[in-house]
Design a protein around this ligand. Structure first.
Ligand SMILES: Nc1ncnc2c1ncn2[C@@H]1O[C@H](COP(=O)(O)OP(=O)(O)OP(=O)(O)O)[C@@H](O)[C@H]1O
Length: 246
């Protein structure tokens, strides 16, 4: 049973108090949207959860294991994986090689043929199997996003954080990403989706977390959160151009 527990998470960058004591738990294969105006602290929290930066105080447990002091590869091994707002890939490796890297780095215990079969299955699901021998740098932005999602599937983490998975993605690829989210959720994984695209977030999420200036101001079903006065105020007070919950 998946259990992620975030307790009193705080982060300061000098005088900037970016996370002010965030608490939440994930129990089981929940599909969660994490929203909040620009600068609310969403990426900072994700960077702490995946081990890229350390919190000023507070703890994160994945099951029985404390993960907030671990390095990213150790967090990945513990079962939490993420994608990035700006896609990262090994640009001078082929698409197929890009999928092998995380599995090999994590100490792949399967044979080469099995690894290839798994990678090909992932690429077919993501509709980019015809690109398997292309260098990653030749892919479009949307295809690179799919490749990054594919690397996560190879690792099969229990908790997945997707940072802006829909940004700048062609509508056809959007459908693939929706199917991906549904698939990993059906397989019993928990997913946190960070997005400014409210339509997608509201249609996909079973639960919404709202961060505002480092405070978690709402945590509940989307319908309740949408009508929460604190959330409405946070978005009304946000910068012009910021999309508010519809
Ligand atoms: N490495 C850093 N050093 C100093 N300040 C930082 C650093 N990283 C983030 N911040 C500050 O932390 C605050 C929260 O930023 P963060 O990127 O976590 O917000 P966000 O909710 O992800 O925003 P967006 O929706 O625009 O991506 C901002 O004020 C930002 O300037």
């Amino acid at each position: 049973m998946i259990h992620l527990k975030v307790t009193n998470l705080q982060k300061r960058f000098g005088g900037n108090h970016v996370l002010k004591g965030v608490n939440f738990e994930i129990n089981g294969p929940e599909l969660i949207g994490l929203i909040g105006p620009n600068g609310a602290g969403k990426t900072t929290m994700t960077n702490i959860l995946d081990g890229a930066i350390k919190p000023t105080s507070g703890t994160v447990y994945l099951g029985e294991k404390r993960i907030d002091q671990l390095q990213p590869f150790e967090v990945a091994r513990a079962g939490l994986g993420r994608t990035f707002q700006v896609t990262r890939s090994f640009r001078r490796m082929t698409v197929l090689e890009n999928l092998y890297v995380p599995a090999l780095a994590m100490g792949n215990t399967h044979g080469q043929a099995e690894l290839r079969d798994k990678a090909m299955g992932v690429l077919e699901f993501l509709t980019i199997d015809h690109l398997r021998n292309e260098y990653a740098q030749a892919l479009s932005g949307g295809q690179q996003k799919l490749l990054e999602l594919g690397r996560l599937l190879m690792l099969n983490p229990d908790v997945i954080i997707l940072d802006e998975p829909f940004a700048g993605v062609h509508p056809r690829l959007m459908e693939v990403i929706y199917a991906y989210i549904q698939r990993v959720n059906d397989e019993g994984k928990a997913i946190i989706i960070i997005s400014h695209q409210m339509d997608s977030i509201f249609s996909l999420s079973q639960r919404l977390l709202v961060l505002n200036f480092g405070d978690l101001i709402a945590d509940g079903p989307p319908e309740d959160v949408k009508n929460d006065p604190a959330v409405i105020e946070a978005y009304l007070g946000a910068e012009e151009g910021e999309e508010a919950p519809a």
